[in-house]
Design a protein around this ligand. Structure first.
Ligand SMILES: Nc1nc2c(ncn2[C@@H]2O[C@H](COP(=O)(O)OP(=O)(O)OP(=O)(O)O)[C@@H](O)[C@H]2O)c(=O)[nH]1
Ligand SMILES: [Mg+2]
Ligand SMILES: [Zn+2]
Length: 373
């Protein structure tokens, strides 16, 4: 199915995509004469689908911009606002000359032995972490997604999908809330239209919402349900283990009738964390950090030390031992990752003299009150 035929409204105004005064100012700062703003709605490798005032078109990066960006991980991702020059007065296609600074970046470590960052989406306000209430449900996995989410600069919300398959969804909501301090948890069923009001309260005009989670969790089904039409293809999961079949293969953005835009992403086999630049790890485990602050010794490792408040919390049942183990495991991973990445950057600098590129991840975290009833 081609992208154009999937999208019904071709003349979406920029405001619908979230363009506002703040972006206008950031765009002006690029000082690119003759360029127009646009938003990346799909990434096809070396070509992008871009929405501009003229509607949807194709765009590629200018040679100069490619050179400046260097690393592929610095290339635009779905959700990025860009500055493009059209090929002519009448065409929708053009060349991208600049990228506007992101306020949030959702990234993971790409598969492969060399550590590389893969950007799942950019400029996302609300990141929906979708987990199905079936045999595949796993709290430890959600904890990993929360580390990613808190590092991204987006506000996480957990969606427990397929609530119709579960006897007591509320029990799972409670359990999930206990591992996700400060994160709204909503049980939904696209099949039975459950949880719609809570979910729709998040879809305010101007906001960008992204779906992430394991394959088969029901992300594309949620998009179709909210859109009220079949925007994305969906497919049954494997009976044997309730895992998905990697149905969605591209990241893509859609406009919802509720006013927000929504990015659907391919399900992940296993989420590899990229970095902790936004302090997401501590944020995902604030409860443990709070216990740790009560330990007798400042350098307590929470193992067998006297007066360890973390171990005390485990003994009293206030903290799940498995959560503590995951806290340590994710910390080890992030540390290991950071050492490898530093080594790589040192090497890069040696060979190309390029400056380190950090994107101010998590620095400009925008928070807003989620409307819950
Ligand atoms: N019972 C039930 N099944 C659902 C629900 N939502 C989705 N499903 C089913 O779950 C299967 C997978 O749904 P998808 O939407 O394709 O899952 P996905 O997360 O997009 O998967 P990937 O694209 O592979 O990442 C499909 O057979 C859906 O019909 C629901 O609310 N209840
Ligand atoms: Mg999908
Ligand atoms: Zn301790």
């Amino acid at each position: 199915m081609n992208l154009q035929s999937k999208r019904s409204n071709k003349d979406l105004s920029m405001a619908v995509l979230g363009w506002n005064q703040k972006w206008e100012e950031a765009f002006a700062e690029l000082k690119l004469e003759g360029a127009q703003p646009g938003r990346i709605i799909a990434d096809h490798g070396h070509k992008y689908r871009v929405m501009t005032e003229r509607g949807e078109g194709w765009a590629e990066l200018s040679g100069k911009l490619q050179h400046e960006l260097g690393d592929r991980s610095a290339y635009p991702a779905v959700g990025d606002w860009i500055a493009q020059r059209f090929f002519s007065e009448s065409e929708k296609d053009g060349i991208i000359h600049g990228i506007l600074p992101r306020f949030s970046t959702i990234s993971r470590r790409a598969a492969g032995s060399v550590p590389t960052e893969q950007i799942i989406a950019a400029n996302v306000d609300v990141l929906l972490l979708v987990a199905a209430l079936n045999l595949d449900f796993n709290l430890r996995r959600l904890e990993r997604y929360l580390v990613m989410a808190w590092n991204s600069g987006a506000n996480p919300v957990i969606l427990l999908s397929k609530a119709d398959l579960c006897e007591d969804p509320e029990q799972f909501v409670k359990e999930t809330e206990s591992i996700a301090p400060g994160v709204p948890v909503i049980a939904v069923s696209a099949m039975e239209d459950q949880g719609r009001d809570q979910l729709e309260a998040l879809l305010r005009p101007g906001l960008t919402v992204a779906l992430t989670g394991s394959s088969g969790a029901g992300k594309s089904t949620i998009l179709n349900w909210l859109a009220g039409e079949e925007k994305q293809f969906t497919q049954g999961i494997r009976e044997s283990d309730s895992r998905g079949r990697h149905t969605t293969t591209h990241r893509e953005m859609f406009v919802l009738p509720q006013g927000a835009v929504m990015i659907d992403t391919p399900g992940m086999r296993e989420l590899q964390l990229w970095d902790d630049a936004g302090g997401g790890w501590s944020e995902a485990f604030t409860d443990i950090e709070e216990f740790a602050a009560q330990c007798r010794f400042g350098d307590c490792r929470h193992e067998r030390e006297e007066g360890c408040a973390v171990q005390e919390a485990v003994r009293s049942g206030d903290l799940d031992q498995k959560r503590l183990e995951n806290y340590r495991k994710t910390q080890r991973e992030l540390k290991y990752q950071a050492t490898k990445e530093q080594a790589r950057q040192r090497n890069d600098r040696k060979t190309s003299g390029k400056k380190e590129t950090r994107r101010g991840k998590g620095e400009q975290r925008r928070r807003f009150e989620l409307e819950r009833d």
